[in-house]
Design a protein around this ligand. Sequence first.
Ligand SMILES: [Zn+2]
Length: 354
Amino acid sequence: MFWLFLALLFSAVARAIAPLPKGLPCGIPFSVTEKRLDIFQGLMNGTIQNHQQGTADLLGHEGGPQPWPRNARNKVVIKYCYDYPSTRENLEQALEYEGFAVWRRAMGGGPSATTGYGFEFSEVKDTGGNPLYCVDGNDWNEKIPKDTIAILMEYQPNSAGSATVGYIHEPGNEQPRQMMMAISMDRQQQTIAHEIGHLLGLHHEHQRPDRDDFVHYRCNKIFGFLFKLDQLRRYIHDPKPPDLCDKILHAWQVEFSGVDFIKGEALGDWRYNPDKTPKSWPVNKADTPYDIKSIMHYPSWNEAVDGCARNRLSYCPLVERLGPGRERWIEDNLEPSKMDVEWVKKTYPWIAPP
Ligand SMILES: [Zn+2]
């Protein structure tokens, strides 16, 4: 909201930072620079049509989210800045103790040969050790490298947080705020730890292509389902539930929360498409067993209609499958699981400095 406010107030000056649209998905596998948002805006207002699917993996495909690069000391330093001092005041403690510390504990300590991983998050500071803020005056702070994650406050109701997925670097599009993490005021530990998982490159476990073997997804139990299905009439004739539930770009067009539940697919990029239409990244099928304990797995109540409860599982959009006719409530995961940790160690192994 601040971005929108700023943009309205200083639109002649603040060209470098575009307002974020509402209804961003939880994990965003593309940069949130002006150019990208223009295209997604076009998708929402129908001036861009979707008729192509991608074939890329979510992590490791040219043009898509990548693992974070190493510096000359073989370390992965993930830089971040708060947009304003007020955001830092509100979120700093939470980010440190409910986010970074939770991950460090799960990893067995800080980056080292012993713990076996080699990344750290680092706030951008001046030579005196004072924090530098992403926004200076009305524009991006020129002292801050453009591949720094911007930490923002989330003001949308019903939205706990969102973050870009992995390292997003677009040669030729060196704009600021390519990567971001937005956290709401009433955030909880699981949200912050989850969004940090996105920043590292993880995507939703319940979007794995093989998830139907392990969970039941009931799209019509996502809050706003009927209303969003009706809204889809703006884009297609006589929309049916699968148009909204299985087609990621339709879900995105009407800002349906089901966008974060679609099997095997995440919103993607379009630059490598001959006709420049948007496409999606398939979510990697991990070679590890399905992990209901992953910090990247939603609990049963997330985005649910009223009525979803432990004793009313049929009202919940996501439940664990135990066998024919048997289901189980999916608990809140408060910290990274064993397999989350394994993935991170495999993706960012410790490499001794040269
Ligand atoms: Zn997420």
